[in-house]
Design a protein around this ligand. Sequence first.
Ligand SMILES: Cc1cc2nc3c(=O)[nH]c(=O)nc-3n(C[C@H](O)[C@H](O)[C@H](O)COP(=O)(O)OP(=O)(O)OC[C@H]3O[C@@H](n4cnc5c(N)ncnc54)[C@H](O)[C@@H]3O)c2cc1C
Length: 418
Amino acid sequence: MQSFDVVIIGAGAAGLFCGSVAGQLGLKVLIIDHSEKVAEKIRISGGGRCNFTNRDTSAANFLGNNPNFCRSALARYTPQDFLALLHRHGVAWHEKHKGQLFCDQSAEDIIRLLLAECDAGGVTRWQPCSVQSISFSDASLGRTSSSSYALDTSRGPVQAACLVVACGGLSIPKIGASDLGYRIARQFELPVIAPRPALVPLTFDAAAWAPFAELAGLALPVHIETGGKKDSTSFAEDLLFTHRGLSGPGVLQISSYWAPGTPIRLNLAPLQQLPGWLARAKTASRRLISNELGALVPARLADAWVAQGASLGHDWLRPINEATDKALAALAERLANWALTPTGTEGYRKAEVTAGGVDTRALSGQTMESRQPGLYFIGEVVDVTGWLGGYNFQWAWASGFACAQAMAARLRPTANAA
Ligand SMILES: Cc1cc2nc3c(=O)[nH]c(=O)nc-3n(C[C@H](O)[C@H](O)[C@H](O)COP(=O)(O)OP(=O)(O)OC[C@H]3O[C@@H](n4cnc5c(N)ncnc54)[C@H](O)[C@@H]3O)c2cc1C
């Protein structure tokens, strides 16, 4: 049986980065992944340019049962640290909206960087390789001199003192997502918060959506909100109409907080105080209401909006100076406070991430080690979910770094003493 200090399951962002750091700290590392290709999610991320971090990352950009869990790891490996690594590899990048950092050229630059870092740490990688079973020999029971994990894999048996689970969540099954991480947690009696698709488009009942389906492709800036009065969450981002519902950054963000059966609320003209704006337009214009609205929202949306009036008991198809104050107040309310209840999401097929995962109450926020000695969980498999905007990769880097440091301190305490 081949023997390593560390076996990492998952050659994605978290697994590759953790492996490279652990290897460079002197550990003998094996990374196993059942996919043929390495780091497919990095390759397709950020529209092929990988939004690899966010300049303004903090615990406030993450959700999970314990929002403070990620604090320690994020503080010890920051966006600046990752930028320094990019600089060493000559990877050019640029900042977009709200602190989001992207590669100038291609996401492949990040994959090349991670593979080069793994090479520098002498990391072995088995791909494709599937894990058939995992067992733990507990030294405290006296049968072995040191505790270790033994894995049966499609490339033969292997053992290691530390096992790192970095096999992500359930999003995008067609590029290799699986529930192995959750199964390993359950095997070792660690709790798992029910996974659910997040950063995902929302869908609506086909009949109810019919009047808006023709707006597919239309994008506009909105204010979007969900939750009750005391626990509401909101974002000011773009919205995109689709044939089946709503997408775009604002909707992906809110989807992570949306609870099935509850409404979302949209302000489609967030930059104006609508009642006053419409009242002024009524005194100053004889144009159709839809033409006036066209100054605030895209013309296609303005047309679709006034067309709904009849079914809501209002005549919005007339010149604005002929509209009643009541009709204009109803129009303002519908546009600025549009409440609608999604029937569901586009599911893991389209979700950028999986919320939920291995319960952080069973993990150390300093080391990522679980209650089960020598068993670590990093990246998306953990119940830590970032907003859209580079936060999920920053979590992958930071949790992988904390884990690698902890394993080196445990297995090579003198070599790596600061
Ligand atoms: C379309 C898309 C775009 C995204 N864009 C961004 C972005 O721009 N910025 C950002 O911060 N985040 C983005 N994300 C989210 C980000 O990709 C993930 O949060 C991140 O990749 C998680 O890293 P990870 O290493 O934990 O898991 P993953 O990257 O998912 O890696 C897990 C690895 O484990 C392997 N694996 C799974 N099951 C098994 C098994 N049974 N046996 C062996 N190996 C297994 C998989 O093949 C995979 O290689 C995007 C996600 C998607 C889907």
